[in-house]
Every structure is written in C-alpha cells, then in structure tokens.
Design a protein around this ligand. Structure first.
Ligand code: FES
Length: 580
C-alpha cells in the first residue's frame, strides 16, 4: 500500500500549547520548564506521549517504568521531546469484578488524555491483557501517530521438572487438587514457579495474543511480540520504537493508515495460526469499531476457517513464549501465512514498510515450536463462530484448545443461573451431572456480570474429575482466560442479561453442538422458545450509580466488541479551546 509521507517541517498540534509568546503559551511552556527543559525543546519538534500502564498493582507491567527510559532515549536520539504520561492500568489479576469492565473506561480516559494534552504522537506501553486493547482503542479514536511497545512475556516457569505456563497451570493444578492428583502444599509451592520473572503471561494467553495482534495489525515493530520482558533485546526494541515514533509524526503516519480491513484480516488469520485467545475477538472488534472499518464475527469465521495452528505453545500445545522467541517469533508465522496466500502482503506497518517486507526473510530455528505446514497442531485453528437458536448473534469456540471428541455432541443441559449459583452447586456430589452433560452458565456477559468475566471455562465437578475426565462442553455468555483450555463455548450473544435465548435454557433441555457445521441449537420448538422468552424477566444485578451503571447502560454485545456505544468511532484530536 503506497503511503505518501507528509511534508516536514510543518506546524504540529503541540505548538498550540508551546509555540509563540502569548500569555497562554508562556503559561504552558513556563510551567513545564520547572522540570529544567531548555528553550530549544519547544521549537516545534515532535512531542511524544509515552503512555505508560506501569502500576505496582499491574504486576505484568511492573517493569514498564524502567522500559520507558529506553523509549525516551530513542525519542531524544531522533530529535523528539518525550513526555511520560501514566494512564489507566487495569490488571487482569487484580481488578474486581473483572478488568474487562474497565477496558472501556481506560480507553475513554486515555483518549481524552491524548486529545487534551500537547501530544503529537504516542508510544503505547502495554502488556497485561486489557492494557493493549484499551490503548489501541484510544489511539484509534484520536488517530495521532502511535506505536505499540509491549512489555514482553515472563521467562519460562518450571515446577517439578516440568515447563509450567502462567495461568494455564494454575487452572490445571487447581483441577488436579480437586481430582486428588496433587496436594494443596504442592499447589502452594507452584505459586511463584509459574510467574518467575517480570513480564506478561508466558503462554499464548490474551497478553501474548494481543501482542501478536499488535504486530500482525502493523501497529508494532516487527519482532516485538515474543521478546521476553527481561531479555536485553526487549530494551533495544523499546529504544528503536522511540526513534521510530518521531519519524512517524514527521511523516504523519497514523493508525487510520495502518488499521485497514486488510490489517484486521491479517490479524484474524494470525490469531488462528498462533492458537490465540478468544479474547482477541472482542478486542479486535472493539478496535475496529473505533476506526470505522467494518469487522464482524462473520469475518472471524471466514478468515479463520482454513488457518492451521502452527505454533506449539500452551495452552493448546507444549512450549512457552520464550521458546517462540528463540524459534524466530511472530515474523516466522506471518511469513508462513504469506507463503500460504493468507496474508495481505501490502498492508502497511508502523515501520513505513509493508508487512511482507518486514517478514519475508524470517527464519524458523525450531520446527518443534513453529511446526511445519504438514504437521500443524490443529488443521482448523481459527476461532469458530457458532450460530443457532441458542446464539442468534453468534458464540465463539477455540478449536485448538478443545477436545476433538466433543466437537459434535448432543447433551443434557445442567444450568447455573449465575456464577454464584455455579459456585454453590459445583462441588456437591448430589448435583445431577456426568461427562455427557453440557454445563450452561448465564448472566456473565457484558451487562450481566457486569463486565463479561473470564469464568466461561468453569471447572468441572469433582465427581467427574475423579473419573479422570478432563473436559466437558461448557456454554456461557462469559469470556475465558486466554491461558485456559477446553471445549468452551463463549460470548453467546445476545447475552442472558439482555434477554438472549441463553437466559431461558432449563435443566434437562437437550443442546446440540456441531462445530464443523457451526451450529449451536437448543432442542425445543420455536413456539416453546418464544413462550419462554416472552415470560423472561431479568435477574442480574443492576448498579444504580457510578461507572458500573454507565457501563451497564451503554455496553454493547460481545458480538460487536462490548464497547460503550457512545465511544465507537474516530473523533480525531482537535486541539480545543484554551481556558487560560
Ligand atoms: Fe497480566 Fe496474564 S495476568 S498478562
């Protein structure tokens, strides 16, 4: 795609604050000078906002304060003026009721932090799951030149001689304790072993998936996604990204030049190839919603349908992000997509080059990590979008993490009205359930939880686990952690709290799942379904004030990205009035 750089020099938006000699300008410039900045920094050079999601309570991003110094060094070197700005940081492992409820709040606040301040370009310093989409959504809505720098994954975890993945093994060990295969003391010993260094989850969980999506979209420099957090090359990547954003501002290379339909299709296919998280579905739909580019669940199914998962990483496979980096990282996967004619080669990236130019010389150094084309982990690796009378607007399933024997199944519904109902019943041996049943969880969607929590991979009942059974079909309107696995049908839309058919499933109903046919069917008559829906009354909690109220009133369905409806679209970055 041909990109025509803008003329340079020209007046940038930061000069509305810092250029000239009016009282207002002296006010803006003079106050900043109290930090010891000399006159020539205000001469019209690009002011780069280093938007940092560092927080002590976002441990996955705990090293970003230090990494920001390398970004700033790169900006100085390239003749820019870096200003580090702390922004809303929603940690996956800390925020209650769920970080997802705050993704949109973060995106809204960061959008205004960009727009309302003297920033010409942005470095998006992200890592933990929600931090990446929230900053990308904000950047897309402002459309100032922006580049993603992720914090990188943790080093491999090791426990009892086994490679253990952050998140994935937490779920596995938890079920092993319930099944009597592991002691509680061993579980406690494993606690720090799975998270042994700075960085994001080291599996192909949501953080690694969104780092991969950032690179596949063209919003990060090539090779960014897989470099471990503590590897010196992560620091080099940060510095190079700092240099690059200055030139992007001079060229006026904006998200709208990069985030095209082709870029989103590349990312969707890449997600299938790496066995990425189902969470990327809602995040990419939301990012696309900020650009005006139409991306739908049908695009996910269409683009992902014939993409094989070639990355042998947990939770679907064996290895972790550290090995992915040593094998050559995401450029190898993108090159393989290009060779298979599944990559829009001329999609533009933040480098100013096409994605194919960036990846065409990549080499695979370990064919047990990045598998050969004729030995994929899963032949049909893309996210499957199921539809039917139980999910008229769609539901998603990750085939690479599911059990083959459950891909076509008819089972009796065991219904949990909400997560508390599930917790109250699941450990009761009197619960009428066996491995042929289908577990149904309601009221955990964007409005219902509220916030669409990662509870869709609800643990199996102990009495089933004790039989050695590892998987059952689970259906909900929730999400699941990208580090999780199983035959888990998620994001069922419309959600139960919005009166979708999921709300009226009853214990004993029969449900049919056929992944190959993309079918999710509640086996009752149309008349019976209509009668149940007309009698349905909401049962979820309704906040009466604050952000929780705002969220619940305005959040959209998972099938369109679960953004707040009034935040959709690109509003640009007009400089606004000056009140001084
Ligand atoms: Fe933060 Fe996994 S919990 S990246």
């Amino acid at each position: 795609m041909a990109f025509e750089p803008a003329e340079w020099p020209r007046k940038l938006r930061s000069q509305e604050w810092y250029g000239g000699s009016t009282k207002d300008v002296i006010y803006h410039r003079g106050w900043l000078k109290n930090q010891g900045y000399p006159d020539d920094l205000f001469d019209g050079r690009p002011v780069i906002g280093v938007l940092n999601t560092w927080s002590d309570l976002t441990p996955c991003n705990g090293h970003l304060r230090e990494l920001a110094e390398k970004v700033k060094a790169g900006i100085w070197e390239a003749g820019g003026f870096p200003v580090e700005v702390p922004v809303f940081s929603a940690s996956e492992n800390t925020f209650r009721p769920t970080a997802m409820m705050f993704r949109n709040l973060a995106a809204m606040s960061i959008e205004e932090q960009i727009r309302g301040q003297p920033i010409d370009g942005c470095v998006l310093m992200v890592g933990c799951d929600k931090t990446t989409p929230s900053l990308l959504m904000a950047a897309a809505s402002c459309d100032l030149p922006s580049i993603v720098v992720t914090g990188g994954p943790m080093l491999n975890g090791w426990f009892q001689g086994e490679r253990v993945g952050a998140g994935t093994h937490l779920w596995r060990f938890s079920e092993a304790v319930k099944a009597g295969e592991m002691t509680q003391d061993e579980f406690l010993d494993a606690e720090a072993a799975v998270t042994r260094s700075s960085g994001t989850c080291n599996t192909m969980g949501t953080a690694s998936s969104m780092a991969s999506m950032s690179e596949a979209l063209g919003m990060a420099l090539s090779g960014n996604a897989a470099i471990p957090a503590v590897d010196s090359r992560r620091r080099v990547m940060a510095q190079l990204s700092g240099r690059r954003i200055v030139q992007m501002v001079k060229d006026d290379l904006k998200p709208s030049d990069i985030l095209t339909k082709q870029a989103f299709e590349n990312a969707i296919r890449c997600n299938g190839a790496v066995g990425g998280s189902t969470n990327t579905v809602v995040h990419l739909l939301a990012i696309a919603g900020r650009t005006g580019v139409e991306v739908t669940l049908d695009d996910w199914d269409r683009c992902g349908r014939d993409v094989a998962t070639i990355l042998n990483l947990q939770p679907s496979g064996k290895y972790l992000m550290e090995e992915f980096f040593y094998a050559g990282g995401l450029p190898v996967v993108l090159k393989r997509l290009g060779e298979a004619d599944k990559l829009h080669r001329d999609a533009l990236t933040v480098s100013g080059e096409t994605i194919w130019d960036e990846v065409k010389d990549a080499k695979n150094w370990n064919e047990d990590v990045i598998l050969p084309a004729d030995k994929p982990l899963t032949a049909q690796g893309g996210i499957a979008v199921l539809k039917g009378n139980l999910a008229p607007k769609g539901a998603v399933l990750k085939p690479s993490a599911a059990s083959k024997h459950l891909m076509q199944h008819r089972g009796r519904a065991v219904v949990f009205e909400d997560i508390d109902d599930y917790k109250a019943k699941i450990n009761d041996d009197a619960l009428d359930i066996d491995e042929t049943c289908i577990m149904v969880l309601k009221n955990c969607g964007p409005k219902g939880y509220p916030g669409m929590a990662e509870v869709g991979n609800m643990g199996l009942p102990p009495k089933v686990l004790k039989k050695g059974i590892k998987d059952m079909i689970r259906i909900s309107d929730a999400r699941m952690s990208g580090t999780a696995y199983g035959t888990v049908i998620l994001h069922t839309s419309p959600e139960a709290a919005a009166g979708g058919p999921l709300a009226v499933v009853r214990n004993g109903d029969m449900i049919e799942v056929d992944v190959a046919a993309r079918r999710l069917h509640l086996d009752i008559s149309d008349a019976e379904l209509a009668e149940r829906l007309s009698a349905w009354k909401p049962s979820h909690d309704v906040p009466d004030s604050g952000y929780a109220w705002l969220h619940q009133q305005h959040v959209q369905g998972a099938d369109t990205g679960a953004d707040l409806e009034f935040l959709k679209g690109c509003r640009g970055a007009p400089v606004g009035k000056d009140a001084h």
